[in-house]
Design a protein around this ligand. Structure first.
Ligand code: KG4
Ligand code: ZN
Length: 359
């Protein structure tokens, strides 16, 4: 079976074609256009601008992916589309395009939750995942832990009470002057840093629930950063820009540079420790066979290494799975994969975008 996936929940416009037989699923083609560069000057995504770009991109991106797969839309068996959560204008572009294709070509259409898509990125090219499993979904907007008994049977164990893990990376990177996405930048700086240099809090690590909270960690990062670099202090309003400019223009002394590396490594370690401890505790409590690391933050190598280390260290018989890095962040192959394993088509006229959708 071949499925065309369409994903337009945030700034990306993505389309992909996957092919599946039994438990085996692979990507035939994948195309992504992003309007991120446009949003850099304002420091955040402007929803209307993102949606207008997606209107421009959506058909060329679908056309490109169909051509790359060396096929024609008529040969596709079904269409999968993200219907939430996300930005309403952006979601509408993908949903209405998918509905139109479904109507004109009389193809089944499967609406997919973006977060479920992140989980199913793990199943692409990976046929040995065993149920039951725990999925940690960590992206820019979510940090969720789920217990999954079988395909489609999701039980949310806990989520973030405030900032998500990715958001914490992004906001702390921003404090240092770096644009979205901050996670890859922090992890690059962290390579030269000492993760024990600063004792940042591990919020809620000892709680016996599966909730997360990262806003306190962000505040601790701000306080420590402003202690070492007083120019960041709130009582010097305009100098914040000045400090960030200093970093961006590489005008730091060697000692200051090392502080930035150490701050990054210590921040990353605090986030990784919380995510690892809570997920492994859930995996033990629910007696699962697999742990899946999903979402943009799952691209983080320190996070992956820490999980492997802990599973070995505790001698757990649990398989660890994470998608290849390019499938961790937003893409359309994951949406098609979710539809393949949860093949529940709906009449096109019943499908509407739902920006607030959750598990
Ligand atoms: O899943 P995703 O592409 O978009 C959302 O659905 O939010 O996730 C984006 C998030 C951003 O917060 C970004 O900073 C983070 O994933 N991210 C990383 C890494 N690569 C992306 N965080 C830590 N380390 C990385 N290597
Ligand atoms: Zn995402």
């Amino acid at each position: 079976m071949t499925i065309l996936g369409i994903e337009t929940s945030c700034d990306e416009t993505a389309a992909a074609i996957i092919e599946g037989h039994g438990n085996n699923l692979w990507v035939k083609s994948s195309s992504i256009a992003s309007s991120l560069a446009m949003h850099i000057p304002t420091g955040g995504i402007i929803p209307e601008q993102a949606a207008r770009e997606q209107v421009k991109f959506v058909l060329p991106v679908i056309q490109e992916t169909v051509q790359k797969a060396d096929t024609a839309l008529e040969n596709i068996d079904a269409i999968a589309v993200t219907y939430g959560p996300g930005l309403i204008g952006s979601l509408l572009v993908g949903v209405e395009t998918a509905k139109t294709i479904s109507y004109i070509l009389n193809k089944p259409i499967i609406p997919i939750n973006h977060m479920v898509g992140h989980i199913y990125a793990t199943f692409i090219g990976q046929s040995t995942i065993k149920f039951p499993l725990i999925a940690l979904v960590v992206s820019g907007g979510h940090s969720d832990l789920l217990f999954i008994k079988k395909h489609g049977d999701f039980q949310l164990l806990g989520g973030t009470r405030d900032d998500a893990a990715g958001e914490c990376f992004d906001k702390c990177a921003r404090l240092l002057g770096y644009n979205y996405p901050g996670g890859p930048k922090i992890s690059q700086l962290a390579q030269k840093g000492n993760p024990k240099a600063f004792a940042f809090p591990r919020p809620m690590i000892g709680n016996h629930d599966y909730e997360f909270s990262f806003s306190g960690l962000k505040t601790a990062f701000l306080n420590t950063t402003s202690k070492y670099f007083p120019i960041l202090r709130k009582d010097m309003p305009d100098s914040k820009v000045g400090w960030q400019q200093v970093i961006l223009e590489n005008k730091l002394s060697k000692k200051e540079e090392q502080i930035v590396y150490d701050l990054s490594a210590s921040l990353q370690q605090a986030i990784v420790d919380v995510l690892t401890r809570k997920t492994i505790r859930a995996a033990q409590q629910y007696n699962v066979k697999s742990i899946l690391l999903c979402g943009g933050v799952a691209a983080n190598q320190t996070l992956r290494d820490k999980f492997s280390f802990e599973i070995r260290n505790l001698k757990l018989e649990i398989g660890l799975f994470a998608p290849p890095v390019q499938l961790c962040t937003d893409n359309a192959a994951m949406i098609a994969s979710a539809a393949y394993f949860n093949f529940n088509p709906e009449p096109w006229n019943d499908i509407t975008a739902d920006p607030e959708l959750y598990f």
